[in-house]
Design a protein around this ligand. Structure first.
Ligand code: MIC
Ligand code: SF4
Length: 640
């Protein structure tokens, strides 16, 4: 039978389960990655699982999110991460080396391999042909300990690319077009697999931009074939020997097909406050802009930065705005230095930030009150920039640079300049000296793990009974993101290693009284709409509510990674059988849920409204065992 790329990789990594849509499958994981904001928890969990050395082919621990170091806390985390990596056989990427996804595609990702990462943009590596998925830290810890990764067998949406991008339109516009068509939950349950003659017109970094932001559709992952372009990229990274060809068989059947003619695309923008709220840039033209940001894991490749440098060369950015840059990696910066592009950028007035997530996750460079910020990033959720009333628009590097020059939203096609050409170097400046490779297993025994006061022990949770009772602590709307549930940014991100402390900020952008109310009521329930928990992989969005006593989350539908995180931390995820029942529950209502062993439907009694409601779930038998045990760590202990 002719197979898709997705089917081929799944088949070659299948440990358990049937390859039928919706069935739970267990996959062997070849590589893992973590980043510091989720990594401290992941390694504390790995320590708790008690495995001496990681069992994967490769595991890398990156430091890129929490790099402000405004006090000891980030530094404590980095020191812990470096020592724990060394002890357990994990490669450590030092702060300053770059953003995990850009680095992983440069140095480690391989076609045909499975990769899970404790960051939702791990699918970036799909640009090189890896099956790369975001996951909660505990699932990544499990994979490092040699456990398979469980997902629902996905449907495959074939995205057929034809034609060729016209000047001033680039890869970002392709993924914005996908989002325009299927929005922030149209990818749920799918792998987005690219094929067609247009594929060969896109470089690996272009493909990586597309697979990176594919996450915003809610998909399991996105993947491109591995072809001659992939080979040339890997050769330029001095790892041509790791290249293998990977493509769908002729006649492979997709569950759904989307056709995109690259030649017809125009510059697009995602408008506030959702990556799926797409408009052509031409419709936004002339809107005054106060900030431009170029970089992040979506658009920080050498191509992206160089195109912007060429646009800015010899000019000065508008005095109505400021421009910040966060390049993806030190390799990118080295090239920019070598060909003088960095000088062109800073001479034009750009502020150079670290090679890290920076402004993308609200770690500095917050916009001014009510500002319009135009960014090449992938998320514009409410408050994520650090300024709650800022309006963030997501665009291509070309649109961002044009806007930086004019001071108003600008369609780059209207710029009076030739489209800057970019040729990928045949040899990148490969220098791995910011990676620290772990000592051998024999020497690992002597490695001391360094913990500072910021690393709090993992909280412990008890098994769950057959009935859950309590109040509705919060009722939310559709598309609640993990940035709503557990915000990040310069104030809260440094608390990631300390659950009691970070719990004080749960739902801060929605309702700052939530933590107090939850604790005063001895915990309770959260009710929500569609696509609850979209966005980040941060397990803190489950762990911190659990710490506050949240027993179940009852919604119309869930996003994939958050659903898995809820199970991992013993919060029961339930959905309305009839979505209209959402209207029959209000905040403060007293509920009782007969969950029993979570086999079949659950009956909810709303005591306040004197009404019963039927709830469903998609939990596997294993999920229910994990939940009843109080979460995955207690469950693992029952198994050992
Ligand atoms: C994000 O882009 O939202 C983050 C910050 O990278 C998160 C991870 C985190 O919250 O630490 C993600 O994408 O998973
Ligand atoms: Fe970092 Fe932003 Fe990428 Fe998340 S989306 S990994 S915060 S650069």
């Amino acid at each position: 039978m002719a197979k898709t790329i997705t089917q081929k990789i799944i088949e070659s990594h299948l440990i358990d389960g049937k390859m039928e849509v919706g069935e739970e499958i267990a996959l062997r994981i070849d590589q893992t990655l973590t980043q510091d904001a989720t990594g401290t928890m992941a390694y504390l969990q790995l320590e708790a699982i008690g495995v001496a050395r990681v069992k994967t082919e490769l595991s890398v621990s990156y430091v890129d999110h929490n790099t402000l170091q405004s006090d000891y806390r980030n530094a404590d985390d980095h020191r812990y991460l470096q020592s724990v990596a060394n002890k357990h056989g994990v490669v450590f990427s030092r702060p300053g080396n770059g953003i995990c996804h850009q680095l992983h595609i440069e140095r480690f990702a391989r076609p045909g391999k499975t990769l899970i990462g404790s960051d939702s943009h791990t699918p970036t590596a799909g640009g090189i042909g890896a099956m790369a998925m975001g996951a909660g830290g505990l699932d990544v810890a499990g994979a490092m300990a040699g456990m398979p990764f469980r997902i629902k067998y996905p449907k495959v949406m074939g995205i057929e690319l034809s034609g060729q991008l016209q000047g001033w339109v680039s890869a970002k516009d392709v993924i914005l077009e996908v989002l325009r068509r299927i929005d922030v939950k149209g990818g749920v349950g799918f792998v987005l697999e690219y094929f067609g003659e247009g594929v060969s017109t896109l470089s690996v970094p272009d493909r990586a931009t597309i697979t990176n932001m594919g996450t915003e559709t809610g998909c399991t992952t996105s993947i491109f074939p591995s072809d001659d372009i992939t080979k040339a990229f890997m050769e330029a990274e001095k790892r041509g020997d790791q290249w293998t060809e990977l493509k769908a068989d002729h006649g492979a059947l997709y569950d759904d097909v989307m056709k995109i003619n690259l030649s017809e695309l125009v510059p697009l923008a995602a408008c506030p406050h959702s990556p799926g709220n797409i408009k052509p840039v031409s419709e936004l033209a002339q809107m005054p802009v106060q900030q431009v940001g170029i970089g992040s894991c979506t658009n920080s490749s050498l191509r992206d930065m160089t195109v912007c440098a060429r646009m800015l060369k010899g000019k000065t950015i508008s005095d109505k705005l400021h421009l910040v840059l966060n390049p993806g990696s030190r390799q990118v910066v080295s090239h920019l230095v070598m060909d003088n592009s960095l000088n062109d950028l800073v001479a034009a007035g750009a502020r150079l930030l670290e090679n890290a997530c920076g402004a993308c996750i609200g770690m500095g460079a917050a916009p001014s009150t009510g500002a319009v910020s135009v960014r090449t990033y992938n998320r514009n959720f409410l408050g994520r920039s650090g300024t709650k009333d800022a309006d963030v628009y997501l665009v291509s590097p070309e649109t961002a640079a044009a806007t930086a020059l004019t001071g108003v939203f600008t369609d780059p096609r209207t710029m009076d300049m030739p489209y800057p050409a970019f040729e990928q170097p045949t040899q990148f400046d490969v220098n791995d000296n910011m990676f620290i490779f772990p000592v051998d297993a024999a020497d690992a025994r002597d490695v001391e793990i360094l913990r500072g006061p910021n690393i709090a022990p993992l909280p412990k949770f008890n098994p769950i009974g057959d009935t859950l009772a309590g109040k509705v602590i919060l009722k939310t709307e559709d598309n609640i993101t993990t940035d709503h549930i557990m915000p990040a940014g310069a104030k809260i991100l440094p608390l990631r290693s300390n659950i009691p402390e970070i719990s004080k900020y749960v739902f801060e952008v929605v309702d700052p009284q939530f933590p107090e109310r939850a604790q005063a009521n001895g915990g309770g329930f959260v009710v929500g709409g569609e696509n609850y928990g979209q966005g980040s992989s941060r397990e803190h969005a489950a762990l911190a509510p659990k710490y506050l006593g949240i027993k179940a989350v009852i919604v119309k539908s869930f996003a994939r990674i958050h659903l898995a995180n809820l199970v991992n931390f013993g919060i029961v995820p339930l959905t309305f059988e009839n979505p209209a029942d959402y209207d029959h529950i209000d905040q403060d209502d007293e509920l009782s849920l007969a969950i029993g062993d979570l086999v079949g439907d659950v009956t909810l009694t709303n005591k306040t409204k004197n009404k019963t409601i039927t709830l469903n779930h998609t939990l596997s038998a294993l999920d229910t065992q994990i939940l009843k045990a109080g979460g995955k760590l207690p469950w693992i202990r029952t198994q050992v």
